[in-house]
Design a protein around this ligand. Structure first.
Ligand code: ZN
Length: 210
């Protein structure tokens, strides 16, 4: 997998997930980043740290940029999408809670090596209506997260417009668009299945070397 320069992530983009973590729905998107070094392929085993508390899955629609975007309008943003896929925004939830409580940045909980797990990208033609994308995560055969892009507080194109007004996006960068409800801790040995646009991908959870 080609490593992106950066992954821009969106927090609390689904009202139901914001509620499950006890957060208010933000007035503007909550943005953070993962470095390119955090990106790994979902089809390799999903490697989780086991020495820093719970590691949660957040299943998210991901956009691969095929063009640079800076202060883009909606037409430019739409045209820059080179791939649509799913990813797991792995989050060390206990550590994140400590960092939040201390008013510290989240990188230790969100930007570690392997924290941005990406399934293969589909061509944009696989999802012609960006407002009607359904996706899911199954863990050991149980549907744990189910999402619909129509439930996003800010839709995919609007997200790119908003993000590109804050940070320059470069070709090869990835945007993770936020998780629906149902986040939970991953356990070593679980089998994962991601589904998007009639495609599914499976993998397994393994422990990082201590
Ligand atoms: Zn997330």
């Amino acid at each position: 997998m080609r490593q992106p320069g950066k992954v821009v992530c969106v927090g609390r983009n689904y009202a139901e997930h914001a509620r499950e973590l006890g957060h208010a729905v933000p007035e503007q998107p909550l943005l953070f980043m993962k470095p390119g070094s955090a990106v790994v392929d979902f089809l390799s085993p999903v490697v989780i740290p086991t020495d820093r508390g719970a590691c949660h899955h957040e299943t998210e629609i991901c956009l691969l940029l095929g063009q640079d975007l800076r202060r883009a309008d909606a037409r430019q943003a739409r045209a820059a999408i080179a791939g649509i896929g799913l990813g797991l925004d792995l989050t060390l939830r206990d550590l994140q809670a400590e960092l939040k409580a201390a008013g510290h940045p989240w990188e230790r909980a969100k930007a570690f090596d392997g924290a941005a797990v990406l399934a293969p990208f589909l061509p944009p033609s696989a999802c012609p209506d960006l407002g009607q994308i359904e996706f899911f995560l199954e863990v050991d055969g149980q549907r744990r997260q189910r999402g619909h892009s129509g439930d996003m507080l800010l839709g995919l194109v609007d997200l790119l417009v908003h993000i590109s007004a804050v940070f320059s996006l470069q070709s090869g960068d990835v945007v993770m668009s936020g998780t629906p409800a149902g986040v939970a801790a991953l356990q070593v040995g679980q089998r994962l299945c991601l589904g998007l646009a009639g495609q599914t991908w499976t993998s397994q959870v393994v422990a990082a070397d201590a």
